[in-house]
Design a protein around this ligand. Structure first.
Ligand SMILES: [Zn+2]
Length: 690
């Protein structure tokens, strides 16, 4: 056996993994799992935890251990070979997944366990795992006729292909466009850090001068700072037409040309049709209902009411924000404010109103200081220590590795991959590499992958983060500690496993709060040349500017959420609306600013077409009610109150998916959640007349 993916490991043997190992390994493990299941069911008299669930968990973990590094590499070191191997394996995995969830004998074994006396003696986590499994069998089509089972399997297979294609198109179209400049004159207005970045990007392409790209740090610097309005329009257009029929790419002569090769429009239409059909096969009226079957929200109407109520409360604020911006830009000579001007003038307005800019803060947030400060914050809150480990097997020199200790005991580990680079998907996320669970050999400790796309170091200057990036890091680390600090040792409900999707953003959004606290700022900031923490004056300005344009931001998130939810809830198989039409209806309903007609934002909306957020994007706002309300207990009792921290650790972080989110929240807060804290944190006061 020379395939590293087939050998037992504690940490993935990244340096030994090649694309050629992927498909044979997955094939092999699936074959083994099939015969394992067959033998298990054949020899099973009375299904119990020990005879049924434990051995399945053990076998399932082998698959997870092989798959998690592959899936991670596909996201952070994507190349043609790996992509092919990944695609082939995804098809195998989808087929196998459907086969398991439709296995009637296995379903009956779980049912018999659930109705046995044995069930009553199971732990809360074990019971929850069995209940979830029964739910998932039904959602996986176990009760369908043979013909419908077959159709269900076809749909699943096709949906997984579509999701993968969608994601690849977004990555490819993001990387296909760049613009080259011989001199910095055309980039006037860009801060030094962005120029240095652009020079580095040019070198990587063996060009002189400067190169700007659609990687977020590069795009954002241009859209925010470039004085050249035509250039802003150009990059804006390239960005919002990614993966559309008007996608742009830069050819060998460095000229821009249009291409439809990355177009996601048909993929979206087919995805929506198949999701709807799948939901109806299972007896739901639409995919939104199907989505809620595993979530905290009770009904589509409840979600729509929630979003519409939030929209109503925030719309006056958004209107006020936009009117202010229009007036300001007009006073600066821009009478016809366009989509490619809003970020630019917003930043100028922020500077004028609060005399603070994102760039001014950056030198105070070197990545090193922020990371060590973040570890100090969780140390004070939850009593954990984080230690960097120098010697580990990696897939890129940027990656770092850490271990978490509690009471001097090693409890978890994680990889941190911070910087944007080629062949790496954009955005920031946490993924589980290994789950905490009890094994016949002892306790398996959780491992996480934390991935961001921050501004890399340039030359001798270390990576300096914007405050937005600092917040993103805290967010992902919040997901990380949810996964890693769990005390649950049943894999199905350990860490983030089995957590209702609309509650999973609780710990992540919760952690963001510490990026704004005067008591926490000295821990996470320190000028990269002098070490001086963020001065009080800058902090005061930063806090004053915290809710700058919060009405517009809130409304934007609600627009995305409503778009996603209505797209799935109102789907009509006879007369399907295009995604573009539904988006327009939602904008007519809630937006205060209409983007240009060529905007195809939805074509790169990976969250809902290639991530887990289909009919679930509302989860961010939903969970923000929980996270803001949870944080309000710290506001009452002290933001570094270790008793309150210990309580959050015990009632929420350690519990994983072992209980419903409402039970966990109520245990921590002493009451059910309400929306007041979220509105207050966003500067939205319900009674005020605007
Ligand atoms: Zn998140």
């Amino acid at each position: 056996m020379t395939n590293p993916l087939l050998q037992a490991h504690v940490l993935p043997p990244f340096s030994a993994i090649e694309a050629a190992h992927v498909e044979p390994a997955i094939n092999q493990i699936i074959e083994d799992s099939r015969s394992h299941l067959k033998d298990l069911l054949a020899g099973l008299n009375t299904p119990s935890w020990e005879t049924l669930v434990a051995p399945l968990e053990e076998q399932g973990d082998k698959l997870d251990q092989a798959w998690s590094p592959i899936s991670h590499l596909n996201a952070v070191r994507n190349d043609e070979e790996l992509r092919k191997a990944y695609n082939a394996s995804i098809a195998l995995l989808t087929e196998y997944g459907t086969e398991i969830s439709q296995n009637e004998n296995l379903f009956k074994a779980y049912q018999s366990l659930a109705t046995s006396d044995d069930y009553k003696n199971l732990s809360q986590s074990q019971k929850q795992a069995v209940d979830n499994a029964l739910r998932d069998f039904r959602l996986g089509g176990v009760a369908l006729s043979d013909e419908n089972k077959k159709r269900y399997a076809e749909i699943q297979q096709r949906l997984s292909e579509l999701s993968n294609q969608f994601s690849n198109h977004v990555l490819d179209s993001t990387q296909a466009w760049f613009k080259h400049f011989e001199s910095a004159d055309a980039l006037a207005g860009l801060p030094e850090s962005a120029l240095a970045q652009a020079a580095q990007a040019a070198q990587k392409k063996s060009l002189s001068g400067y190169v700007i790209t659609l990687d977020f740090p590069s795009y954002y610097a241009v859209i925010m700072y470039a004085e050249n309005r035509a250039l802003r329009e150009e990059i804006y257009t390239a960005n919002v037409t990614r993966a559309s029929s008007n996608s742009q790419k830069t050819n060998a002569d460095l000229q821009t040309e249009f291409t439809a090769e990355f177009d996601n429009t048909e993929i979206i239409a087919e995805t929506l049709a198949l999701r709807h059909e799948l939901a109806q096969l299972l007896g739901f009226s639409n995919y939104a209902e199907r989505s809620l079957a595993t979530k905290m929200a009770q009904s589509p109407q409840q979600v729509l009411d929630f979003l519409e109520a939030l929209a109503k409360k925030s719309k006056p604020y958004a209107k006020r924000d936009y009117a202010e911006l229009k007036e300001f830009s007009a006073s600066r000579g821009c009478e016809d404010l366009q989509a490619w001007d809003t970020t630019y003038y917003s930043e100028k307005l922020r500077v004028e109103k609060y005399s603070i800019s994102q760039e001014e803060l950056r030198p105070y947030f070197p990545a090193e200081k922020v990371i060590s400060g973040m570890f100090a914050v969780v140390n004070r809150l939850f009593g954990i220590q984080v230690k960097q480990i120098a010697d580990f097997d990696t897939y890129h020199p940027d990656v770092r590795f850490f271990q978490i200790y509690k009471n001097d005991e090693h409890v978890a580990s994680f990889y941190l991959d911070l910087f944007a680079r080629e062949h790496k998907r954009g955005g920031a996320w946490m993924a589980d590499a290994r789950v905490r669970r009890k094994t016949p050999r002892g306790l398996q400790l959780p491992v996480a992958f934390l991935t961001c796309n921050f501004t890399p170091p340039v030359g001798d200057t270390p990576s300096l983060l914007t405050h937005d990036e600092v917040t993103t890091l805290f967010h992902e680390f919040g997901h990380g500690i949810h996964h890693m600090l769990t005390q649950i040792d049943v894999a199905a409900v350990s860490g983030i496993n089995g957590v209702a999707w609309d509650a999973v953003e609780l710990p992540s959004q919760f952690m963001e709060n510490w990026c704004w606290e005067p008591e926490a700022i000295p821990l996470i900031s320190g000028h990269y040349q002098t070490g001086e923490p963020l001065p009080q004056l800058l902090l005061d300005k930063m806090l004053a500017a915290k809710n700058f344009q919060s009405g517009l931001q809130m409304l934007r998130q609600i627009e995305f959420s409503l778009f996603d939810f209505r797209l799935h809830a109102e789907y009509n198989a006879q007369h399907p609306h295009t995604a573009q039409e539904v988006l327009q209806q939602v904008r007519d309903q809630v937006a205060v600013v209409q983007p240009p007609a060529f905007n195809r934002f939805e074509n790169s909306f990976s969250h809902i077409f290639a991530g887990g957020y289909a009919a679930g994007y509302y989860s961010y706002k939903w969970a923000e009610v929980l996270s803001a309300d949870a944080f309000s207990r710290f506001e009452e009792e002290g933001i570094f109150n270790s008793t309150t921290g210990e309580s959050f650790l015990r009632e929420i972080l350690q519990q994983g998916g072992s209980k419903t989110p409402m039970e966990l929240f109520t245990n921590f807060r002493g009451r059910e959640p309400n929306i007041d804290a979220l509105l207050r944190h966003s500067g939205i006061v319900v009674e005020e007349v605007v």
